[in-house]
Design a protein around this ligand. Structure first.
Ligand SMILES: [Ca+2]
Ligand SMILES: [Ca+2]
Length: 501
Protein backbone atom coordinates (compact mmCIF):
# COMPACT_ATOMS: atom_id res chain seq x y z
CA UNK A 1 0.00 0.00 0.00
CA UNK A 2 3.00 2.32 0.20
CA UNK A 3 4.30 4.30 -2.74
CA UNK A 4 7.92 3.70 -3.49
CA UNK A 5 10.22 6.37 -2.04
CA UNK A 6 11.25 7.49 -5.53
CA UNK A 7 7.72 8.15 -6.75
CA UNK A 8 7.01 10.72 -4.03
CA UNK A 9 10.14 12.44 -2.76
CA UNK A 10 9.83 12.73 1.00
CA UNK A 11 10.54 16.12 2.50
CA UNK A 12 13.88 16.02 4.26
CA UNK A 13 13.37 18.85 6.75
CA UNK A 14 10.06 19.84 8.38
CA UNK A 15 8.94 22.63 10.68
CA UNK A 16 6.21 22.68 13.32
CA UNK A 17 4.24 25.91 13.68
CA UNK A 18 2.08 26.75 16.69
CA UNK A 19 -0.04 29.21 14.72
CA UNK A 20 -1.07 31.49 17.59
CA UNK A 21 2.55 32.38 18.32
CA UNK A 22 4.22 32.45 14.92
CA UNK A 23 3.29 35.60 13.03
CA UNK A 24 0.44 38.10 13.36
CA UNK A 25 -0.74 39.70 10.11
CA UNK A 26 -3.50 42.05 11.29
CA UNK A 27 -2.28 43.54 14.55
CA UNK A 28 -4.72 41.77 16.87
CA UNK A 29 -1.82 40.11 18.69
CA UNK A 30 -2.74 36.58 17.58
CA UNK A 31 -0.66 34.67 15.06
CA UNK A 32 -2.71 33.66 12.01
CA UNK A 33 -2.70 31.97 8.59
CA UNK A 34 -1.92 35.15 6.66
CA UNK A 35 1.02 35.69 8.99
CA UNK A 36 2.40 32.29 7.99
CA UNK A 37 1.85 33.07 4.31
CA UNK A 38 3.80 36.30 4.75
CA UNK A 39 6.72 34.37 6.26
CA UNK A 40 6.92 31.45 3.82
CA UNK A 41 9.92 33.01 2.15
CA UNK A 42 11.68 32.96 5.49
CA UNK A 43 10.99 29.23 5.94
CA UNK A 44 11.90 28.48 2.35
CA UNK A 45 15.19 30.32 2.70
CA UNK A 46 15.93 28.40 5.90
CA UNK A 47 15.53 25.25 3.81
CA UNK A 48 12.23 23.94 5.19
CA UNK A 49 10.43 21.55 2.85
CA UNK A 50 7.27 20.77 4.82
CA UNK A 51 5.26 22.54 7.51
CA UNK A 52 3.15 20.93 10.22
CA UNK A 53 0.45 23.31 11.45
CA UNK A 54 -1.05 22.72 14.90
CA UNK A 55 -4.89 22.82 14.92
CA UNK A 56 -6.72 25.74 13.34
CA UNK A 57 -10.36 24.66 13.55
CA UNK A 58 -12.93 26.62 15.58
CA UNK A 59 -12.32 25.82 19.22
CA UNK A 60 -12.82 27.25 22.69
CA UNK A 61 -9.20 26.85 23.79
CA UNK A 62 -6.05 28.77 22.91
CA UNK A 63 -4.37 25.53 21.66
CA UNK A 64 -7.41 24.36 19.65
CA UNK A 65 -6.95 20.65 20.25
CA UNK A 66 -10.67 20.53 21.13
CA UNK A 67 -12.40 20.91 17.79
CA UNK A 68 -15.91 22.37 17.38
CA UNK A 69 -16.09 22.10 13.58
CA UNK A 70 -13.71 20.17 11.33
CA UNK A 71 -14.73 22.02 8.17
CA UNK A 72 -13.93 25.56 9.21
CA UNK A 73 -11.05 27.81 10.29
CA UNK A 74 -11.20 29.52 13.66
CA UNK A 75 -11.88 33.22 12.92
CA UNK A 76 -8.91 34.09 15.16
CA UNK A 77 -6.66 32.46 12.57
CA UNK A 78 -8.43 33.42 9.34
CA UNK A 79 -10.84 32.00 6.79
CA UNK A 80 -11.00 29.11 4.33
CA UNK A 81 -10.03 31.65 1.68
CA UNK A 82 -6.88 32.50 3.67
CA UNK A 83 -6.16 28.80 3.97
CA UNK A 84 -6.43 28.29 0.19
CA UNK A 85 -4.11 31.24 -0.30
CA UNK A 86 -1.62 29.71 2.13
CA UNK A 87 -1.76 26.32 0.38
CA UNK A 88 -1.21 27.97 -2.97
CA UNK A 89 1.81 29.89 -1.66
CA UNK A 90 3.23 26.75 -0.02
CA UNK A 91 2.96 24.76 -3.23
CA UNK A 92 4.33 27.63 -5.33
CA UNK A 93 7.54 27.25 -3.34
CA UNK A 94 7.65 23.48 -3.80
CA UNK A 95 6.85 22.95 -0.13
CA UNK A 96 4.28 20.71 1.58
CA UNK A 97 1.79 21.38 4.33
CA UNK A 98 0.57 18.86 6.91
CA UNK A 99 -2.33 19.65 9.21
CA UNK A 100 -2.98 18.38 12.70
CA UNK A 101 -5.96 16.04 12.48
CA UNK A 102 -7.39 15.67 15.95
CA UNK A 103 -9.78 12.75 15.75
CA UNK A 104 -9.26 10.98 19.06
CA UNK A 105 -11.76 13.38 20.61
CA UNK A 106 -13.84 16.47 19.90
CA UNK A 107 -14.81 19.41 22.03
CA UNK A 108 -17.94 18.96 24.18
CA UNK A 109 -19.25 21.87 22.06
CA UNK A 110 -19.04 19.90 18.82
CA UNK A 111 -22.58 19.32 17.46
CA UNK A 112 -21.99 15.53 17.56
CA UNK A 113 -21.50 15.63 21.32
CA UNK A 114 -24.28 18.16 21.82
CA UNK A 115 -26.57 15.61 20.14
CA UNK A 116 -25.05 12.56 21.81
CA UNK A 117 -25.49 13.94 25.29
CA UNK A 118 -29.27 14.30 24.78
CA UNK A 119 -29.92 10.64 25.51
CA UNK A 120 -29.21 6.99 24.86
CA UNK A 121 -31.49 6.87 21.80
CA UNK A 122 -29.91 9.82 20.00
CA UNK A 123 -28.44 8.82 16.60
CA UNK A 124 -25.08 10.40 17.56
CA UNK A 125 -24.93 8.60 20.92
CA UNK A 126 -22.48 5.93 19.78
CA UNK A 127 -20.05 8.48 18.28
CA UNK A 128 -18.75 8.57 21.88
CA UNK A 129 -18.25 6.09 24.73
CA UNK A 130 -21.11 5.88 27.24
CA UNK A 131 -21.47 3.45 30.13
CA UNK A 132 -23.50 2.92 33.28
CA UNK A 133 -21.42 3.07 36.46
CA UNK A 134 -22.14 -0.61 37.18
CA UNK A 135 -20.79 -1.64 33.81
CA UNK A 136 -17.69 0.58 34.20
CA UNK A 137 -17.07 -1.17 37.51
CA UNK A 138 -17.77 -4.65 36.14
CA UNK A 139 -15.25 -4.07 33.34
CA UNK A 140 -12.76 -2.65 35.84
CA UNK A 141 -12.17 0.48 33.73
CA UNK A 142 -13.07 3.23 36.22
CA UNK A 143 -9.39 4.20 36.41
CA UNK A 144 -6.80 4.57 33.70
CA UNK A 145 -3.06 4.41 34.02
CA UNK A 146 -1.43 7.81 33.77
CA UNK A 147 0.54 8.24 30.54
CA UNK A 148 3.20 10.79 29.58
CA UNK A 149 0.60 12.69 27.54
CA UNK A 150 -2.49 12.33 29.75
CA UNK A 151 -2.66 12.71 33.49
CA UNK A 152 -6.36 12.04 34.00
CA UNK A 153 -6.80 8.93 36.14
CA UNK A 154 -10.62 8.90 36.35
CA UNK A 155 -11.73 9.24 32.70
CA UNK A 156 -15.52 8.81 33.13
CA UNK A 157 -17.49 12.00 33.50
CA UNK A 158 -21.04 12.91 34.44
CA UNK A 159 -23.54 14.20 31.92
CA UNK A 160 -26.11 15.91 34.20
CA UNK A 161 -29.40 13.99 34.34
CA UNK A 162 -27.94 11.05 32.40
CA UNK A 163 -27.54 7.64 34.07
CA UNK A 164 -24.57 6.90 31.79
CA UNK A 165 -21.15 8.55 31.97
CA UNK A 166 -18.97 9.54 29.02
CA UNK A 167 -15.30 8.72 28.50
CA UNK A 168 -12.78 11.57 28.12
CA UNK A 169 -9.15 10.73 28.86
CA UNK A 170 -7.51 14.17 28.44
CA UNK A 171 -10.13 16.26 30.27
CA UNK A 172 -13.90 16.33 30.57
CA UNK A 173 -14.09 19.00 27.83
CA UNK A 174 -12.68 16.61 25.20
CA UNK A 175 -14.83 13.44 24.98
CA UNK A 176 -13.19 10.51 23.17
CA UNK A 177 -14.70 9.37 19.89
CA UNK A 178 -15.88 5.77 19.44
CA UNK A 179 -14.45 4.15 16.30
CA UNK A 180 -16.67 1.09 16.69
CA UNK A 181 -19.26 3.35 15.03
CA UNK A 182 -19.09 2.90 11.27
CA UNK A 183 -21.03 6.16 10.84
CA UNK A 184 -18.31 8.01 12.75
CA UNK A 185 -15.57 6.38 10.70
CA UNK A 186 -17.35 7.54 7.55
CA UNK A 187 -17.65 11.11 8.88
CA UNK A 188 -13.94 11.19 9.73
CA UNK A 189 -12.96 9.85 6.31
CA UNK A 190 -15.11 12.58 4.72
CA UNK A 191 -13.18 15.14 6.75
CA UNK A 192 -9.88 13.66 5.54
CA UNK A 193 -11.17 13.77 1.96
CA UNK A 194 -12.24 17.41 2.27
CA UNK A 195 -8.80 18.57 3.43
CA UNK A 196 -6.78 16.38 1.06
CA UNK A 197 -8.92 16.89 -2.06
CA UNK A 198 -10.79 20.17 -1.75
CA UNK A 199 -8.20 22.04 0.31
CA UNK A 200 -5.11 20.34 -1.13
CA UNK A 201 -3.25 19.68 2.12
CA UNK A 202 -0.41 17.20 1.68
CA UNK A 203 -0.90 15.11 4.76
CA UNK A 204 -1.87 14.77 8.39
CA UNK A 205 -0.23 14.72 11.76
CA UNK A 206 -2.39 12.35 13.76
CA UNK A 207 -2.86 13.53 17.31
CA UNK A 208 -3.01 10.98 20.16
CA UNK A 209 -2.86 8.07 17.72
CA UNK A 210 -2.16 5.50 20.44
CA UNK A 211 -5.31 6.50 22.30
CA UNK A 212 -7.71 6.17 19.37
CA UNK A 213 -9.37 3.25 21.16
CA UNK A 214 -9.68 3.26 24.95
CA UNK A 215 -7.35 1.01 26.99
CA UNK A 216 -9.74 -1.94 27.19
CA UNK A 217 -9.93 -2.08 23.36
CA UNK A 218 -6.36 -0.99 22.57
CA UNK A 219 -5.79 -4.03 20.36
CA UNK A 220 -8.09 -2.39 17.79
CA UNK A 221 -5.80 0.64 17.33
CA UNK A 222 -3.62 -0.83 14.61
CA UNK A 223 -6.58 -2.09 12.57
CA UNK A 224 -8.09 1.41 12.68
CA UNK A 225 -4.93 3.14 11.49
CA UNK A 226 -4.47 0.57 8.73
CA UNK A 227 -7.95 1.32 7.47
CA UNK A 228 -7.31 5.06 7.84
CA UNK A 229 -4.05 4.71 5.90
CA UNK A 230 -5.84 2.87 3.10
CA UNK A 231 -8.55 5.53 2.91
CA UNK A 232 -5.94 8.30 2.70
CA UNK A 233 -4.01 6.32 0.11
CA UNK A 234 -7.12 6.04 -2.07
CA UNK A 235 -7.82 9.77 -1.86
CA UNK A 236 -4.23 10.88 -2.55
CA UNK A 237 -1.56 8.18 -3.08
CA UNK A 238 1.19 10.67 -2.28
CA UNK A 239 -0.42 11.92 0.94
CA UNK A 240 1.71 11.78 4.05
CA UNK A 241 0.74 10.67 7.53
CA UNK A 242 2.69 11.02 10.78
CA UNK A 243 1.45 9.62 14.06
CA UNK A 244 1.87 10.88 17.57
CA UNK A 245 2.45 7.60 19.37
CA UNK A 246 4.06 8.87 22.54
CA UNK A 247 5.52 5.54 23.66
CA UNK A 248 8.55 3.27 23.50
CA UNK A 249 9.79 2.18 20.08
CA UNK A 250 8.33 -1.32 20.40
CA UNK A 251 4.85 0.11 20.90
CA UNK A 252 5.31 2.63 18.08
CA UNK A 253 6.44 0.04 15.53
CA UNK A 254 3.10 -1.56 14.51
CA UNK A 255 1.65 1.88 13.76
CA UNK A 256 3.92 1.95 10.70
CA UNK A 257 1.55 -0.62 9.18
CA UNK A 258 -1.01 2.15 8.71
CA UNK A 259 0.94 5.42 9.00
CA UNK A 260 3.91 6.32 6.84
CA UNK A 261 5.77 8.13 9.61
CA UNK A 262 5.68 8.22 13.40
CA UNK A 263 7.45 10.52 15.80
CA UNK A 264 10.42 8.90 17.51
CA UNK A 265 9.96 9.86 21.15
CA UNK A 266 12.68 7.51 22.46
CA UNK A 267 15.21 9.24 20.23
CA UNK A 268 13.92 12.67 21.23
CA UNK A 269 14.41 11.91 24.92
CA UNK A 270 17.82 10.31 24.30
CA UNK A 271 18.95 13.50 22.52
CA UNK A 272 17.61 15.69 25.30
CA UNK A 273 19.40 13.56 27.90
CA UNK A 274 22.70 13.75 26.01
CA UNK A 275 22.50 17.53 25.80
CA UNK A 276 21.85 17.75 29.52
CA UNK A 277 24.33 15.11 30.75
CA UNK A 278 27.13 15.55 28.22
CA UNK A 279 27.43 11.82 27.68
CA UNK A 280 25.79 8.83 26.03
CA UNK A 281 25.70 5.09 26.32
CA UNK A 282 25.16 2.79 23.35
CA UNK A 283 23.32 5.57 21.56
CA UNK A 284 24.01 4.45 17.99
CA UNK A 285 23.43 0.78 18.85
CA UNK A 286 20.02 1.43 20.44
CA UNK A 287 19.03 3.65 17.55
CA UNK A 288 19.88 0.85 15.13
CA UNK A 289 17.80 -1.52 17.24
CA UNK A 290 14.82 0.85 16.98
CA UNK A 291 15.22 0.95 13.19
CA UNK A 292 15.20 -2.85 13.12
CA UNK A 293 12.00 -2.93 15.19
CA UNK A 294 10.31 -0.31 12.96
CA UNK A 295 11.54 -2.02 9.78
CA UNK A 296 10.14 -5.37 10.84
CA UNK A 297 6.64 -3.83 10.61
CA UNK A 298 7.24 -1.79 7.46
CA UNK A 299 10.61 -1.54 5.68
CA UNK A 300 9.60 1.84 4.20
CA UNK A 301 8.92 3.45 7.58
CA UNK A 302 9.71 7.15 7.95
CA UNK A 303 11.37 8.00 11.24
CA UNK A 304 10.09 11.46 12.25
CA UNK A 305 12.65 12.98 14.59
CA UNK A 306 12.72 16.08 16.79
CA UNK A 307 14.50 17.77 19.68
CA UNK A 308 11.23 18.90 21.23
CA UNK A 309 7.71 19.87 20.26
CA UNK A 310 4.77 21.91 21.56
CA UNK A 311 4.32 19.47 24.48
CA UNK A 312 7.88 19.53 25.79
CA UNK A 313 10.29 21.85 27.52
CA UNK A 314 12.18 23.68 24.78
CA UNK A 315 15.61 22.34 23.89
CA UNK A 316 17.04 25.81 24.50
CA UNK A 317 15.97 25.61 28.14
CA UNK A 318 17.20 22.03 28.49
CA UNK A 319 20.53 23.35 27.19
CA UNK A 320 20.49 25.92 30.00
CA UNK A 321 20.38 28.73 27.45
CA UNK A 322 23.83 27.74 26.09
CA UNK A 323 24.01 28.54 22.37
CA UNK A 324 26.93 26.10 21.99
CA UNK A 325 24.79 23.27 23.35
CA UNK A 326 21.87 24.32 21.15
CA UNK A 327 24.22 24.16 18.16
CA UNK A 328 25.27 20.68 19.24
CA UNK A 329 21.62 19.59 19.54
CA UNK A 330 20.83 20.95 16.08
CA UNK A 331 23.86 19.22 14.58
CA UNK A 332 22.83 15.90 16.14
CA UNK A 333 19.26 16.18 14.87
CA UNK A 334 20.30 17.24 11.38
CA UNK A 335 23.06 14.65 10.85
CA UNK A 336 21.12 11.62 12.08
CA UNK A 337 18.84 9.63 9.79
CA UNK A 338 15.13 10.32 9.58
CA UNK A 339 12.90 13.23 8.76
CA UNK A 340 13.65 15.99 11.26
CA UNK A 341 10.99 18.37 12.58
CA UNK A 342 12.20 21.73 13.89
CA UNK A 343 9.84 23.24 16.46
CA UNK A 344 9.29 26.90 15.55
CA UNK A 345 11.83 29.13 17.27
CA UNK A 346 14.38 26.38 17.93
CA UNK A 347 16.42 27.91 15.12
CA UNK A 348 16.75 31.18 17.02
CA UNK A 349 17.25 29.57 20.43
CA UNK A 350 13.83 30.24 21.92
CA UNK A 351 13.44 29.15 25.54
CA UNK A 352 10.47 27.70 27.38
CA UNK A 353 9.54 25.68 30.43
CA UNK A 354 6.21 24.20 31.47
CA UNK A 355 3.36 24.98 31.80
CA UNK A 356 2.48 24.45 28.13
CA UNK A 357 1.71 28.11 27.35
CA UNK A 358 5.32 28.89 28.23
CA UNK A 359 6.77 26.52 25.66
CA UNK A 360 4.55 28.14 23.02
CA UNK A 361 5.60 31.77 23.39
CA UNK A 362 5.65 34.24 20.47
CA UNK A 363 8.40 34.04 17.85
CA UNK A 364 10.96 36.84 18.22
CA UNK A 365 11.20 38.40 14.76
CA UNK A 366 12.97 41.71 15.27
CA UNK A 367 14.73 43.74 17.92
CA UNK A 368 12.07 46.44 17.76
CA UNK A 369 9.90 47.00 20.79
CA UNK A 370 6.84 47.37 18.59
CA UNK A 371 7.29 44.58 16.09
CA UNK A 372 3.98 44.46 14.21
CA UNK A 373 4.34 40.76 13.32
CA UNK A 374 5.07 39.61 16.83
CA UNK A 375 2.18 37.83 18.56
CA UNK A 376 1.11 39.43 21.83
CA UNK A 377 -1.51 37.00 23.11
CA UNK A 378 0.77 36.08 26.00
CA UNK A 379 3.43 38.15 27.71
CA UNK A 380 6.59 36.10 27.26
CA UNK A 381 8.43 34.92 30.34
CA UNK A 382 11.25 32.93 28.69
CA UNK A 383 11.60 34.03 25.07
CA UNK A 384 12.03 37.77 25.40
CA UNK A 385 14.09 40.16 23.31
CA UNK A 386 16.61 40.25 26.16
CA UNK A 387 17.04 36.46 26.36
CA UNK A 388 16.67 35.41 22.71
CA UNK A 389 18.50 37.21 19.93
CA UNK A 390 15.79 38.21 17.44
CA UNK A 391 15.85 36.57 14.02
CA UNK A 392 16.70 39.79 12.17
CA UNK A 393 19.84 40.19 14.29
CA UNK A 394 20.87 36.55 13.82
CA UNK A 395 20.37 36.64 10.06
CA UNK A 396 23.14 39.22 9.81
CA UNK A 397 25.58 37.22 11.97
CA UNK A 398 27.30 34.27 10.22
CA UNK A 399 28.11 32.69 13.62
CA UNK A 400 24.50 32.78 14.86
CA UNK A 401 22.43 29.75 15.80
CA UNK A 402 20.06 30.61 12.94
CA UNK A 403 22.88 30.47 10.36
CA UNK A 404 24.12 27.24 11.94
CA UNK A 405 20.68 25.68 11.32
CA UNK A 406 20.64 27.06 7.81
CA UNK A 407 24.06 25.61 7.00
CA UNK A 408 23.14 22.21 8.43
CA UNK A 409 19.86 22.04 6.52
CA UNK A 410 21.64 22.97 3.29
CA UNK A 411 24.23 20.27 3.99
CA UNK A 412 21.51 17.70 4.59
CA UNK A 413 20.03 18.54 1.22
CA UNK A 414 23.39 18.55 -0.57
CA UNK A 415 24.78 15.28 0.76
CA UNK A 416 22.70 12.24 -0.22
CA UNK A 417 24.10 10.23 2.71
CA UNK A 418 22.74 12.81 5.18
CA UNK A 419 19.44 13.42 3.42
CA UNK A 420 18.40 9.79 3.13
CA UNK A 421 14.99 9.38 4.75
CA UNK A 422 14.03 5.81 3.96
CA UNK A 423 16.09 2.82 5.19
CA UNK A 424 18.29 4.62 7.74
CA UNK A 425 21.95 4.33 6.68
CA UNK A 426 23.48 4.51 10.12
CA UNK A 427 26.60 2.58 11.14
CA UNK A 428 28.55 2.77 14.36
CA UNK A 429 32.02 4.22 14.07
CA UNK A 430 35.04 2.57 15.67
CA UNK A 431 35.60 5.52 17.99
CA UNK A 432 34.31 4.63 21.44
CA UNK A 433 34.00 7.44 23.96
CA UNK A 434 30.97 8.19 26.14
CA UNK A 435 31.45 11.89 25.56
CA UNK A 436 31.33 11.51 21.78
CA UNK A 437 28.63 10.45 19.33
CA UNK A 438 30.39 9.09 16.25
CA UNK A 439 28.79 7.36 13.28
CA UNK A 440 29.02 6.76 9.58
CA UNK A 441 26.18 7.56 7.19
CA UNK A 442 26.84 4.98 4.53
CA UNK A 443 26.40 5.62 0.81
CA UNK A 444 27.68 3.80 -2.30
CA UNK A 445 29.87 6.73 -3.41
CA UNK A 446 29.64 9.54 -0.86
CA UNK A 447 29.57 8.19 2.70
CA UNK A 448 30.21 10.62 5.54
CA UNK A 449 31.76 10.23 8.98
CA UNK A 450 30.13 12.34 11.69
CA UNK A 451 31.48 13.12 15.15
CA UNK A 452 29.83 15.17 17.89
CA UNK A 453 31.59 16.22 21.07
CA UNK A 454 29.04 16.18 23.91
CA UNK A 455 31.55 17.57 26.40
CA UNK A 456 33.00 21.04 26.81
CA UNK A 457 36.56 19.68 26.56
CA UNK A 458 38.65 19.65 23.40
CA UNK A 459 38.85 16.04 22.17
CA UNK A 460 41.86 14.53 20.38
CA UNK A 461 40.80 11.35 18.61
CA UNK A 462 42.94 8.66 17.08
CA UNK A 463 41.07 7.44 14.02
CA UNK A 464 40.75 3.79 13.05
CA UNK A 465 41.91 2.73 9.54
CA UNK A 466 38.25 2.80 8.39
CA UNK A 467 37.75 6.33 9.75
CA UNK A 468 41.06 7.59 8.34
CA UNK A 469 39.58 7.44 4.85
CA UNK A 470 37.51 10.51 5.76
CA UNK A 471 39.82 13.47 5.38
CA UNK A 472 37.70 16.30 4.03
CA UNK A 473 35.80 18.63 6.37
CA UNK A 474 32.35 19.19 4.86
CA UNK A 475 30.94 20.86 7.94
CA UNK A 476 32.26 22.05 11.28
CA UNK A 477 30.53 23.99 14.02
CA UNK A 478 33.73 25.69 15.14
CA UNK A 479 36.75 26.59 13.02
CA UNK A 480 39.15 24.99 15.52
CA UNK A 481 38.37 21.51 14.11
CA UNK A 482 41.42 19.81 12.53
CA UNK A 483 41.98 16.56 10.65
CA UNK A 484 45.50 15.24 10.28
CA UNK A 485 46.45 11.76 9.11
CA UNK A 486 45.04 9.43 11.75
CA UNK A 487 43.92 12.23 14.06
CA UNK A 488 40.95 14.48 14.65
CA UNK A 489 40.80 17.49 16.97
CA UNK A 490 37.30 18.53 17.96
CA UNK A 491 36.51 21.54 20.18
CA UNK A 492 34.07 21.29 23.08
CA UNK A 493 30.44 20.93 21.90
CA UNK A 494 31.84 20.77 18.34
CA UNK A 495 30.40 18.72 15.51
CA UNK A 496 32.13 17.72 12.31
CA UNK A 497 31.01 16.00 9.11
CA UNK A 498 33.86 14.44 7.14
CA UNK A 499 33.78 13.17 3.58
CA UNK A 500 36.25 11.09 1.66
CA UNK A 501 38.77 13.43 0.06
CA1 LIG B 1 -3.87 38.02 13.92
CA1 LIG C 1 -9.59 7.54 22.46
Amino acid sequence: MFVTPDAAPTPRVCYEIFIRSFCDSNGDGIGDLNGITSRLDYLHELGIEAIWLTPFHPSGSYHKYDVNNYYEIDPEYGTLHDFRRLMHAVHARGMKLYMDLVINHTSIHHPWFQEARKGADNPYRNYYWWMLPERIEALGVEKREETADAHVIFPWHDNPGDPEKYYAMFWNGMPDLNYDSTELRKEVYDIARFWLSDMQVDGFRLDAARHIYPPWLRSKNIEFWQEFGQVVERIRPDAYTVGEVWAKAAEVAPYFKGLKANFHFDLCFALQKMIQSGKQENFVESLRQDYAIFGSENPDFIDATMLSNHDQVRIGSLAGGSIDKMKLAAALLLTLPGQPYIYYGEEIGMLGQKPDERIREPFVWTEHRHDPQRALWIKPRYSRRGTVRPLAVQQADPASLYNHYKRLIALRKTLPALGQVHRPNLQAADTKDKELVAFIRSHPTEPVFVVHNLSKKVKQLTLSPKEQAFTQILFQTFDATHVQPGKLTLPGFGSVVLGMG
